[in-house]
Design a protein around this ligand. Structure first.
Ligand code: HEM
Length: 376
């Protein structure tokens, strides 16, 4: 029988917790602010309350509205230029270079990781880590240390037990904060001198935003927000790109169909394809991306919500109040009550008018009021 619900209340490591994989149940729990993000062990609460970590409805609503500004018309244009330069052209130049020197194999996972890190660092900090051009960046290591330290701190590890390890992580985190603080200072100078090169990136948006009391974000808040967006957006995107390419390489006939679609719709090879055009002219490619995201979601962990003072009713089960409910976005993509033959790779399920509405059922980016604002 399909796993609808597990109760873990007898497990010593997971007392008072439940996990849910039923598609309808996952959506129901995520749809509104009624069930807030769990406060406990919030790894993303770095330095200050921020969009990702908060469980405060008003604060989250405000930040999400502010985040939406980077997707307005001029924001999208800037975003696309950054993606084109840091995510695509730099990678293409590197591949051309490798191929000229006789190397015909690349690690596409690490290549995509470099492009997304370069793109998102440029958007968040106004300066790219440039890992595609330079091979690696010490700032990536600092970001990894920052998240490791946050996990350890949130799970109550005592720094004195492994002092060298903690001190290295702490130094790395300080270096990353220093880098972002410099970026903030640089941008403020640019504001004052009227030489802002791009006025719609994520750093700019946070510097121009306000808190619930109407006051501008403090420097610590800007650092916290930008670092969390960087951490939330970089690896999730490169892993998803790798999954899509990996699956397409397993199905050459599907891959060839995509190549045909692109070549028929876009005959001018030297012109780059804009997102807007791809959305309307490449339905099969888009269907393949959705099907890859459904069948092999990179959001493999659980997303936690608190059953709050109300308690929840999911798939006929009553969950008492104040229970942590772990929602499986990845398993919801395999629920046979929603997906026919869920283990089969069938891009066609996302074609036509029915396919269009089915796209909303792919929960890789979560669902409802706290769904990923970066999905656009
Ligand atoms: C394929 C790539 C991505 C995937 C799979 C993904 C997935 C997710 C998921 C599942 C959540 C909800 C997490 C939770 O409730 O605990 C989330 C939230 C979030 N994501 Fe993404 N994400 C991706 C890319 C991005 C990008 C590119 C950005 C920013 C440019 C971004 C920014 C955020 C933010 C700020 C939140 C917090 C939203 C809130 O709590 O209100 N993500 N993402």
């Amino acid at each position: 029988m399909y796993l609808a619900l597990f109760f873990h209340d007898s497990h010593p490591l997971w007392p008072n917790k439940v996990s849910v994989s039923n598609h309808k149940g996952v959506k129901q729990a995520l749809s509104s602010y009624r069930y807030p993000k769990s406060e406990d062990k919030n790894t993303y609460k770095i330095l200050a309350e921020n969009t990702f970590a908060t469980s405060n409805e008003d604060f989250n609503r405000l930040r999400r509205k502010q985040f939406g500004q980077i997707f307005n018309q001029s924001g999208i244009r800037h975003l696309e230029n950054v993606v084109l330069e840091y995510g695509y052209l730099n990678l293409k130049a590197k591949m051309d270079r490798l191929s000229r020197s006789g190397i015909n194999r690349i690690n596409y996972y690490s290549s995509f990781q470099n492009s997304t890190v370069d793109t998102i660092s440029k958007l968040c900090f106004g300066r790219s880590f440039n890992t595609t051009k330079e091979g690696k960046s010490r700032y990536v290591e600092y970001a990894v240390s920052t998240i490791k330290l946050s996990v350890l701190e949130n799970y109550g590890y005592v720094p004195g037990v492994i002092p060298f390890f903690f001190s290295k992580l702490g130094k790395d985190r300080d270096e990353l904060f220093k880098f972002i603080k410099e970026s903030v200072d640089n941008r403020k100078v640019e504001f004052e001198s009227g030489t802002v090169e791009s006025n719609q990136d994520i750093l700019h948006m946070y510097l121009n935003s306000v808190n619930l009391d109407g006051k501008k974000l403090s420097e610590i808040q800007v650092i916290s927000e930008t670092i969390v967006v960087f951490l939330a957006g970089a690896d999730s995107t490169s892993c998803t790109m790798s999954v899509v390419l990996h699956i397409l390489l397993l199905y050459p006939e599907i891959f060839n169909k995509i190549v045909n679609e692109v070549r028929t719709q876009f005959t001018e090879k030297s012109k780059s394809i804009e997102y807007r055009e791809a959305k309307t002219k490449l339905p099969y490619l888009i269907a393949c991306i959705y099907e890859s995201m459904r069948i092999m979601s990179v959001a493999v962990g659980l997303v936690f919500r608190d059953s709050s003072d109300f308690g929840m009713e999911i798939a006929g089960h009553q969950i008492p109040k104040s229970v942590e409910v772990g929602l499986s976005l990845s398993l919801s993509g395999h629920d046979p009550s929603v997906w026919d033959s869920p283990e089969k790779f069938t891009p066609e399920r996302f074609l036509g008018p029915e396919g269009e509405s089915r796209k909303k059922e792919v929960l890789l980016f979560s669902h409802g009021v706290r769904s990923c604002p970066g999905k656009k």
